[in-house]
Each structure stands twice: as structure tokens, then as C-alpha cells.
Design a protein around this ligand. Structure first.
Ligand code: 0O3
Ligand code: SF4
Length: 333
């Protein structure tokens, strides 16, 4: 009897796995603002004991939020869900409108601000422009919590959201010669350049930052994807769907022509059908996605492919942000 191709008798060699080269983008994953924000929740849990309340997801990552919930963090959408008492309420890394801490103080709540210092810097820029009598244009995505927080630094009517070049055509501000612009920190570097160029064309005297307010982490992760995406058959961004910076990374890969691009929370969400015929895979992670999930995805590919992993590094990062003052003594212990 001739041997069948699919023979599975004991002792038969397992079919060879196809080769897959994974190009790992660097930098990827956690930025300094996310490390600090997660640390804030963990330190607060250690200092006050559970529960500690967190207004909005501390960072936009399902795994991070679920892990902190298990440790005693309670996530709420608004302050009115926080009971009166001694448990602290933490503001997420994306920042909050001025009314949020004001309302918390009025209720006698203990507050801890985990807003990334680079988001706070944009808040202060907007405030300075306003104090100098300028109307502020904020380049960003409508409804995103960072945009809500930045708009909420100024009185209503003093700041206008600009989402894209098309909206600039329709802008008719009261004083064309007294304008300033600021941006969300996690935007597409290329899209923002076009929006800012259009703003400067229409309002030649507008003032703003030297380049934009997109942070170092957003910029560096997009740059690494730009290098890797043209070299691979498919690219995976590890991150949650509500993470703006992660969404931008997938878009960057798609725009440079990468045929298959996906944003996935973790290995169980990988659409294996889409990745059945690839030889080279690009892999990165948004600023709020933990490295353990990148490793999990590599392991999942290794069960289907003979995997080799190479890192493509476009720059190195050494940014660290200190904890809020009220948590620092606890941090030293
Ligand atoms: O702003 P984004 O949706 O990208 O937020 P993430 O995913 O939580 O990442 C951290 C970035 C941040 C807190 C604001 O810059
Ligand atoms: Fe801060 Fe940038 Fe990280 Fe946002 S992505 S938390 S601005 S370092």
C-alpha cells in the first residue's frame, strides 16, 4: 500500500511549517506618558487601597484596563459615578476639561491627575494664546477625550476644532489676524502637515508651535512603520480600536501600500485567513499597548510558521516622566 500524503501514523514527520520573517518596528508600544499613567493607578492603589476611581480608560487599551480592574480600579465615564468619600479619582492620560477638577474639588474628592505632561503642555499653550487675545484653532479629531480636554481649557467660543483641510475653507473667524493653532498629540504627522500648511496659506499671520504638538512617541512610531511597511506582505498594529495613535499607525502602513494591515487587540483577534499566504510580516504596537501582547502574537505565528524575528530600529527613546508629586514619596518606598 502506498503512503498517503496526509499520513498521520505515529512516528511520521510533522509537515514542515512555512517560513515567516517578522520585522519588528522599534520604537513601538508604551510611551513615557502611558507608563506614568499606569504607574499612577498602581501607586494610588498601593497608597489608598482599593477602590480607586479612574475617570475614562486610563489609556485606550482593553488589556491594561482589565488588568487594573482586577487590582481594584473602578473606571467611570463621569465624576457623578464616583461616590462621596475618601477614595481618590484619577484623571486619564488624555487630560480633562477645566470643569472636571473644579467639580471634583467642589465635592471634596481627592483627585490625582495622570494627564500626560505633553498633553498638559498643549493645554498651557492654548491658555497662553487665549491670554494674549488670540482665537485658538485646535487640529484634532472630534469627540476624542484629548480634544474634549483641550477645548475645555478655554471658555466656549474661544477655541474652534479643525479636523481636516476641507473645514479650513469654511472657516470665517472674527479676527483673521489674531489667530493661533495647536494640535492633538496623536495625529498623523503627514495629514497634520497638510492641515497646518492650509491654515498658514489662508491665515498668513497665524501663530503656533515650531512644527506641531504631535508628541515624540507618535512621531517615532509612525516613522518606524514607514520604514517597515514597504518591505512586508502584511502589517499588524497591536492596540485597541479606540486608540487614536494606534489607528494612525495602521493608516500609515496602508498609505505606503502595505496590502494587508490590521489593528488587533491580542492574538485571539488575529484573522488567520488574511495571513495565510505571507512571507514577511511587520509588527508594531500603539503607545498604549503592552509588550506582552506583541510577544503573544509572535508566539501565535510561531505555531503556524517557522518564525524568525528581526528588529528594524529607526531611533531610540529614553523619555521618562516623574509621577505626580502626591505619589512620589510612595514611589520612593
Ligand atoms: O490618544 P490615544 O487615543 O492615542 O490614546 P491611547 O491609546 O490611550 O495612547 C496614549 C496617548 C494619550 C494618552 C494621549 O496622547
Ligand atoms: Fe504623552 Fe505622547 Fe504618550 Fe500621549 S502618546 S501619553 S502625548 S507621550
Amino acid at each position: 500500500m502506498s503512503a498517503s500524503v496526509n499520513q498521520t501514523d505515529a512516528g511520521a514527520a510533522a509537515p514542515a511549517k512555512p517560513p515567516l520573517e517578522i520585522l519588528l518596528c522599534a520604537p513601538r508600544g508604551f510611551c513615557a506618558g502611558v507608563v506614568r499613567a499606569i504607574d499612577v493607578v498602581e501607586r494610588a492603589l498601593a497608597l489608598y487601597g482599593p477602590p480607586v476611581y479612574v475617570r475614562h480608560e486610563i489609556v485606550h487599551n482593553k488589556y491594561v484596563v482589565e488588568s487594573l480592574k482586577r487590582k481594584g480600579a473602578v473606571f467611570v465615564a463621569e465624576l457623578d459615578e464616583v461616590p462621596d468619600g475618601t477614595a481618590p479619582v484619577i484623571f486619564s492620560a488624555h487630560g480633562v476639561a477645566k470643569t472636571v477638577p473644579q467639580n471634583a474639588v467642589a465635592r471634596g474628592l481627592t483627585t490625582i491627575d495622570a494627564t500626560c505632561p505633553l498633553v498638559t503642555k498643549v493645554h498651557r499653550e492654548a491658555e497662553i494664546h487665549h491670554k494674549r487675545g488670540r482665537h485658538v484653532l485646535l487640529v484634532g479629531h472630534s469627540g476624542h477625550p484629548e480634544v474634549v480636554g483641550t477645548m475645555g481649557q478655554l471658555p466656549k467660543g474661544s477655541i474652534t476644532l479643525v479636523e481636516d483641510v476641507e473645514q479650513i475653507e469654511a472657516l470665517e473667524p472674527e479676527s483673521r489676524d489674531n489667530l493661533a493653532w495647536v494640535t492633538q498629540t496623536t495625529l498623523s504627522v503627514d495629514d497634520t502637515r497638510h492641515v497646518v500648511e492650509a491654515l498658514k496659506r489662508k491665515f498668513p499671520t497665524i501663530v503656533g508651535p515650531h512644527k506641531d504638538d504631535i508628541c515624540y512617541a507618535t512621531t517615532n512610531r509612525q516613522e518606524a512603520v514607514k520604514q517597515v511597511a514597504p518591505l512586508v506582505d502584511a502589517l499588524i498594529v497591536v492596540g485597541s480600536s479606540n486608540s487614536s495613535n494606534s489607528q494612525r499607525l495602521r493608516e500609515v502602513a496602508e498609505r505606503v501600500g502595505c496590502p494587508i494591515t490590521r489593528l488587533v487587540n491580542r492574538a485571539e483577534d488575529v484573522d488567520w485567513e488574511a495571513f495565510s499566504n505571507i512571507r514577511r510580516l511587520g509588527l508594531t504596537a500603539g503607545a498604549s499597548a503592552p509588550e506582552v501582547l506583541v510577544e503573544e502574537i509572535i508566539d501565535a505565528f510561531a505555531t503556524r510558521y517557522e518564525v524568525t524575528v528581526d528588529t528594524v530600529s529607526t531611533t531610540t527613546e529614553d523619555m521618562v516622566f516623574p509621577l505626580p508629586r502626591e505619589l512620589r514619596s510612595e514611589a520612593a518606598e
